[in-house]
Structure formats: C-alpha cells, structure tokens
Write a protein that binds this ligand. Structure first.
Ligand SMILES: Nc1ncnc2c1ncn2[C@@H]1O[C@H](COP(=O)(O)OP(=O)(O)OP(=O)(O)O)[C@@H](O)[C@H]1O
Ligand SMILES: [Mg+2]
Length: 452
C-alpha cells in the first residue's frame, strides 16, 4: 500500500483513477493542478505521483521537475494522450519513472503504481542504509581528503556485495584496516574474518594453512587439518601480501576463485566453499605480471573491485585529523603545538599512517608536556628527510621561451635521456620520468625509440 497523489484537471478522469487505486488499498490524494499538487506534496510526502501532462497553469512537466527536488522525491508516473510519446520521453528525462497512455487500462495502472511504489521503497532503503553505514562502517577511519572520502564510499558499497576486492597501497597506508571495515559492514560480519599473510610462510606451509591436509598427506601429517579456506566458510578470508604468493599456489587460488571449491592436500574430494575473498598487496602487481612473478589471470580475478590507497604524503589533509585521533587516545591525551603539526605536515612519511602512529606513540611516552612541541619531535622529522625519488618533481625548473617549444621534441629528448641513463631498460626509464611503464612504452613506440 502506498500514498499516491493524482494530479489531473479533468475531475471525472481523476475520480476514476482514484477509485481504482483506493480499491487496491492505496491511500489516495487528489489535486486539480500542478500548483495544488506541489502544495500537497510539500505538506505530505507521497511515494507515487500520477500526473496528467496537460493542465491549465503549469503543466505536468513542471510538476515532474519540482517533484524531483523534494526529499524524499516520489516516483512520478505521467499520463499522456495517446501518441504523444515525445512528452513522455521528456518527462522521463526529467526523472519520471514511467508513463501511461490514455485511455487508461485498469490493470496497467494498478501494476505500474505498484512497481513505482516498490521502486520508491527500494530507493529509500538504500539511502537509509547508506546513511547508516557511512556512520557505522567508517567508524574510526580518518577520511578527510577527497580521495579517502571516495574510498569510504567504495567501502560502504562493496561491503554490501560479495565481490572480490583488491586493496593496493604502500606499506602502512591502511589496507588491513580497510579490509576489516569491509567485512564488518557486510552480511558476513557475524563470523570473524580470517586473515593470512602470504609472505610469512614458505610455500608448502602456506598451502597447508590455506587448504588444510588429510592425515598422512606428508610426513608429519598425523591428523587431518582444516585450512583457512574452509574455516572461513560463510565469512571473509583476507589474503594479505597476496603479491608474494608463490606461482604454484597462485594457480591453485585461481581455481578456488573460479570454481568455489577446494581440495585438501592429500585429499581427493572437492569441498564447496562459500567465502568472500579480500586481498591486499603493497607490490606493484602489473609490474610483477610483466616480470612473470604474478599471474595475470589471477590479477583480474582478484581485481574485481580495486581500491588503491594513496600514500599519506599525497593526502596530507588526513594528517591533522589522524594526529588528533591518535592523541585523543585515553592512554595519551595530549595536544600538539601548531608549529609541531606543521613539521608533521612537511614530512614525507615513507611508512605512512603506521609510521605516524609509531612516532606519536613514542613522543607520548617520552614527553611530559601535555602539548607536544617541536623539540619533542624526532630529529629526522625536524630535519625533513630527503624526498624519495619516486615523489620528487623537477618542479618548474623550465621556463617556457617566448617563441614557445615543440612539446613532442622535448618529450622525445627527455625519453632518450632517460633510456640512456637506465641502459635501455624501459621500466627504469619510465620511473625517471614519473610515468607508468605502459605510458612510456606507448610513447616510445610513437617516437620510434628502442628499449627493453
Ligand atoms: N585512515 C585511517 N584512519 C585511522 N587509522 C588508520 C587509517 N589508515 C591506517 N590507519 C592505522 O594505521 C595502521 C596501519 O594500517 P594497516 O595495518 O591497515 O596498514 P597496511 O596497509 O595493511 O600496512 P602493511 O602493508 O604494512 O601491512 C593501523 O593501526 C591502522 O589502524
Ligand atoms: Mg597489512
């Protein structure tokens, strides 16, 4: 049952529609013009609006446009004279849900209003959920920078699905934290997320940890062991440092992702598994693929939803709120002098958020001041370490001459220099110019440059 508003200047037509819809159990309001309809909508929110197109005063199109601005906006169905598809299309471009042709067909009317009200409900639920989850899911995650806000949105959205997510980012950027948030916002949150660090085990042990084994599978296998892929049944498995997984196990993991079943080491039975996989790496996987240490097909299977967390130095807006959050911790309860915060903002943070955490923890233990001063900061921060080459930019050491330049010549020249300096290795040359390998390779072909 929905609340439906009918706007039509033809009272007979309006009454017919109203009585049909009332007969279906809907709560029906009526208006004889667009203006009156709007007024009523502002007083009482409706789920569905049925409007005639041609009415004296402002017509149906105006009503559609204004109704879309309401919050919550109703689903609007327009009623058009037979053959006037153009107006119907216009209305739908403005956001109307659908249209009905006159003369009205009773069943069509009933069905369409029902569908429109379902659509309204769905939209409302999603909005509510998104609002709620933004508050709940993101708890404690500092996301002040635009890029972190986008990541937070993505976290909210993907936690509602079962898709595989690949989280990439430098060490200490918060990959594991993001994985935990995705799990805790998902329908699988009732069971704990299982995690494994793929770089922490030698190949055979990692295989045993993931797949488990049958008794007697190898010397020392005195009893059956259930692996993480099975333990994570109904939950989430977080594969940390997936870029470090040995090639043979990559092939095996690919099969799990494709077939959703596993086989224990030394076992013969295929066991179906229902789990969601989240993976993270601080390695550059496309590069690893080129070097042959990571399978391309597995990359695509994992990278269904990519989340790339940029290094902290590229989102310095996050530093002040991170500092506040860390210092507000009950065990610390300190504040920071503005000059000291400036030092933190200038620093490069090669170890990202984890390094920031460690630094603040150290200072909190070592200083008695309740406000952290510049002198309290470690020396390397005060001096500001040299920037890593990856982020260094030549800035604007180059002044454009009055007569201008031929950009492609300059570009080609720089690429040649970069290739010479890196002995013709394109990957290295690309790095010198701050380009991706792909971009470099593409341009090299364009300019007829040779490298390897
Ligand atoms: N946006 C953030 N807001 C609050 N805390 C954060 C944020 N990002 C990271 N952290 C904190 O920083 C620390 C490091 O994060 P995490 O362990 O998730 O990083 P990681 O990318 O998995 O690092 P590594 O590659 O070294 O495993 C954690 O204590 C985490 O809670
Ligand atoms: Mg980690």
């Amino acid at each position: 049952m929905a609340r439906v508003l009918i706007a039509d200047d033809d009272s007979a037509q309006r009454h017919i529609m109203a009585s049909i819809l009332k007969g279906e159990g809907h709560d029906v309001l009526e208006a004889s013009s667009a203006e009156e309809a709007l007024e009523r909508l502002q007083q009482r929110a409706c789920e569905v609006v049925l409007t005639d197109m041609r009415m004296p005063g402002q017509g149906g199109l105006h009503l559609v446009e204004s109704a879309m601005k309401l919050s919550p906006a109703p689903e609007v169905v327009v009623v058009t004279a037979f053959g006037s598809v153009d107006t119907a299309v216009k209305a739908m471009r403005l956001g109307a849900y659908d249209y009905l042709n006159k003369p009205l067909d009773r069943d069509e009317l009933v069905l369409l209003v029902q569908r429109a009200s379902e659509k309204f409900g769905l939209r409302r639920d999603t909005q509510r959920w998104q609002q709620a989850s933004r508050v709940n899911i993101g708890q404690g995650l500092v996301a002040e920078s635009a890029i972190m806000k986008t990541i937070l949105e993505t976290i909210c959205l993907v936690s509602q699905s079962d898709s595989t997510v690949l989280i990439q980012g430098e060490s200490g950027t918060g990959k594991e934290r993001v994985a935990k948030l995705i799990h805790s916002g998902s329908t699988r949150k009732g069971k704990p997320m299982m995690s494994i660090n793929c770089s922490a085990f030698p190949e055979t042990l990692l295989e045993a940890e993931l797949y488990g084994y049958e008794k007697g599978a190898f010397t020392g296998a005195t009893s059956r062991k259930i692996g993480l892929l099975e333990t994570a049944e109904g939950s989430t498995l977080f594969l940390d440092e997936v870029g470090d997984m040995p090639l043979s196990l990559q092939a095996k993991l690919l099969r799990v992702l494709q077939e959703r079943e596993i086989r224990r080491v030394g076992g013969t039975a295929s066991i179906p598994v229902d789990l969601r996989i989240l993976a993270a790496t601080n390695r550059n996987l496309p590069e690893a693929i080129r070097q042959g240490s990571f399978r391309e097909d597995l990359f695509y299977r994992l990278n269904v939803i990519p989340i790339f967390i940029p290094p902290l130095r590229e989102r310095k807006e996050d530093i002040p709120p991170l500092v506040s959050q860390l210092l507000a911790h009950p065990s610390r309860r300190k504040s920071i002098a503005p000059e000291a915060l400036v030092v933190l903002l200038r620093y490069d943070w090669p170890g990202n958020v984890r390094e920031l955490e460690a630094v603040l923890e150290r200072i909190s233990v070592l200083t008695r001041n309740s406000e952290i001063q510049i002198e309290d900061l470690p020396v390397e921060l005060r001096q500001g370490k040299p920037k890593s080459t990856a982020t260094q930019s030549i800035g604007s050491g180059f002044d454009l001459p009055d007569e201008g330049i031929i950009f492609e010549d300059v570009e080609r020249d720089l690429m040649i220099q970069a290739l010479e300096r890196s002995q013709g290795i394109m990957v290295d040359a690309a790095k010198l110019l701050g380009m991706t390998y792909r971009t470099f390779q593409y341009r090299a072909v364009k300019f007829g440059l040779k490298g390897q």
